[in-house]
Design a protein. Structure first.
Lengths: 146, 397, 123
């Protein structure tokens, strides 16, 4: 039989690779469009609520984008978009909403308690844990530096 | 010595398959007994659907062989879910002894070998060998939630939604298969001990289910009895015997990518095939059909490369059921996998060709990747296994 | 014309951010959770080093809609909290800055999880 190292080299050399050009173009276009939708929502908010502060507009903008991400996940469209766009639909904040909503929908059949609520963060858990810990570390260092 | 011969004859009485809609559109689409229009089959979850497919594959195979439930001695089967849940939930509907097996996607090979050994040893007269897998239940167990918008890597395989059952017996099969109608499959089972209140509900869901079997694809629908790959009306010219096999060894060459199972399984298939040829003294030309389980397109190339290094060239008619299962337009990348893949391809396609005498000596090598969701996270590599069994068809006359 | 230029900048920068992520997916086979965590931490680092603010001025939603914006909000909140409330702000600042987004994500996830079930994939 073939040697272990030789076999691993054969596999990594010969296994099919993702088509670079097509996936990159799809990610670029879809990612750009999602960001433009976000910018558009911000502009509309500014038009409707003229006295809203810049910070509130940004907060509203991301909340609406998160809602849209969840909504299209619930309609079953976001996973189809993700199949074509890859990084283009994962990295925007809508991808975060998708990673919260999709396990909740998946474990719906196990009930509300140990299904939806318990399994909601199987994908998004690391994002929240890393984010909160990083912000604490930043604050902690900032407290002693400043 | 891992290669064995079945001394007293073990015949295949019948084979029955239930598959999902995507499989019905695949390359073996015309061969299946039941093709569903919807892969929930009126159930509340994909796990329940898989269990129901499994149950109905066994029911259908028993009916097709012209037997009753009471005629079966042992029910042998397995699936991919945790603790064989779909098989054991299906087995509660049968008053038959049950053996649950697990060898990942090669469970079908294992159950055929165990079944043939039991019959040959005189411990049983008739056994059923069944396996099942379901794309959606396997996806949530081994990978990610279905609605998560991630990209499947190009080495990924598509778990086949399907269940199949083969009836093995010491007696010769009938010349013509007993006809199975959709009513036989979805009838209320007395053994289920349903609450009288639930019977009404169940009847309603059965009414709905009638529309869920795809009339154009399924072979059990009367209008389709004339179809070429159908075996209900035609007389079988040959009967199929299980003649032997080679038990597999667990081989691990250090592949740690759970999305590339073909590469993890190919060395095991190579080792089993080499051992089989060495111990039986045969060469590839002895067989007129060589099939591997679900290596996928890349795994198939890898196997051919590995065997060519050992000086064995597989003939042109060598086929990987996983790689051939779906058409390229179906975007499954490497093709089908799962416990239902080789099973439905065998019962739907290979068995029917053998019964018509188109294939005389066949070697089937189902392969399996032995991983669960946690082992790759614990930095374990993925071991593979492959069992081989051989079949011969002999003329009835 | 000016508005067209703004959107062009948003599109180009947002697309570029996602394109880099796609290169990582293709080359390293990272799962989506790892990509998101990586980008979040990049956002935190950019905010702390002060590079995020000019980027935001230039591309607006092109950098705030990708999850980097979430990371930068966390870091910014923590630093602002320290300035206002001292050590307590270091603990509470980050979470309070992203509280609205996180609450929306959890509530939407819960409600849509109750309302709909996952469906099988066709492709």
């Amino acid at each position: 039989m073939i040697d272990r190292i030789e076999y691993q080299k054969y596999v990594s050399d010969n296994q099919p690779k993702s088509p670079m050009v097509r996936t990159l173009i799809a990610a670029f276009i879809v990612g750009g469009i999602i960001c433009c939708i976000g910018e558009g929502i911000g502009d509309i908010l500014k038009l409707i609520f003229k006295d809203m502060s810049e910070k509130d507009v940004a907060t509203w903008e991301s909340c609406i984008m998160i809602f849209l991400g969840s909504f299209f996940t619930a309609l079953g469209l976001y996973d189809k978009l993700g199949h074509y766009a890859g990084g283009g639909s994962i990295i925007p904040i809508t991808g975060f909403a998708n990673s919260v909503t999709s396990p909740a929908m998946e474990y719906n059949r196990e009930g509300v308690f140990f299904g939806i609520c318990a399994k909601m963060f199987v994908i998004a858990g690391p994002i929240i844990v890393f984010g909160v810990t990083a912000s604490f570390i930043v604050g902690f260092i900032g407290y002693f530096v400043v | 010595m891992r290669t064995f011969e079945i001394k007293s004859p073990v015949y295949i009485k019948s084979g029955f398959t239930v598959v999902g809609p995507k499989e019905g559109d695949g390359n073996f689409g015309d061969c299946f007994d039941i093709v569903l229009k919807d892969d929930l089959w009126c159930e509340k979850s994909y796990e329940k659907c898989e269990s129901k497919m499994h149950r109905d594959a066994i029911t259908g195979a028993i009916k097709k062989a012209g037997l009753k439930k009471e005629d079966i001695d042992i029910l042998i089967g397995g699936d991919l879910l945790n603790e064989l849940s779909s098989t054991s939930l299906a087995a509660r509907n049968f008053p038959i002894a049950f053996l649950g097996l697990y060898n990942a996607c090669s469970t079908f090979g294992e159950s055929m070998i165990v079944g043939a050994m039991l019959i040959s040893g005189g411990y049983a007269n008739t056994v059923t060998c069944s396996t099942s897998s379901h794309f959606s239940s396997a996806e949530r167990q081994y990978r990610f939630p279905l609605e998560l918008g991630n990209q499947r890597p190009p080495t990924a395989q598509w778990t086949v939604t399907g269940a199949g059952c083969t009836v093995l017996s010491a007696e010769k099969p009938r010349l013509i298969n007993e006809q199975v109608y959709d009513e036989d499959i979805i009838a209320i089972d007395e053994n289920m001990n349903l609450d009288p209140k639930d019977v009404e509900k169940y009847k309603k869901s059965i009414e709905k289910q009638k529309g869920i079997i795809n009339k154009d694809k399924s072979n059990i629908i009367e209008d389709n009895f004339h179809k070429e790959m159908n075996d209900y009306i035609k007389t079988n010219s040959h009967c199929v015997k299980v003649t032997g096999g080679t038990l597999g060894r667990v081989i691990d060459l250090g592949i740690d990518d759970e999305a590339n199972m073909g590469a993890a399984m190919a060395p095991a298939a190579c080792e089993t095939i080499l051992t089989h040829f060495k111990e039986s003294g045969r060469d590839p030309s002895y067989y007129d059909g060589i099939f591997t389980g679900d290596l996928g397109r890349f795994g198939k190339e890898t196997l051919q490369y590995l065997l060519s290094k050992e000086g064995i060239t597989l003939p042109d008619y060598y086929m990987d059921t996983g790689a051939s299962y779906f058409t390229p337009e179906q975007k499954t990348f490497q093709g089908g996998s799962g416990a239902g893949c080789v099973n439905t391809a065998f019962n739907g396609y290979i068995l029917k060709r053998m019964q018509r005498g188109e294939l005389r000596r066949v070697l089937i090598v189902p392969t399996g990747a032995l991983l669960n969701k946690d082992t790759p996270l614990q930095k374990e590599t993925i071991p593979g296994i492959a069992h081989a069994f051989t079949l011969e068809s002999e003329s009835f006359l | 014309m000016e508005i067209f230029l703004t959107y062009l900048k948003v599109f180009a920068v947002g697309g570029l951010v996602c394109l880099i992520g796609q290169i990582l997916i293709n080359k390293t086979k990272m799962s989506s959770a790892r990509i998101l965590v990586l980008y979040l931490l990049v956002g935190v680092v950019l905010e702390v080093t002060g590079a995020f603010e000019p980027m935001k001025q230039f591309a607006g939603s092109g950098v705030t809609i990708p999850i980097m914006g979430f990371g930068s909000n966390l870091a910014k909140g923590a630093l602002e909290g320290v300035a206002e409330k001292g050590f307590m702000g270091a603990i509470a600042g980050g979470m309070s800055a992203v509280a609205a987004g996180l609450t929306t994500a959890i509530v939407c996830g819960f409600v849509f999880g109750l309302l709909s079930k996952s469906r099988s994939k066709k492709i």
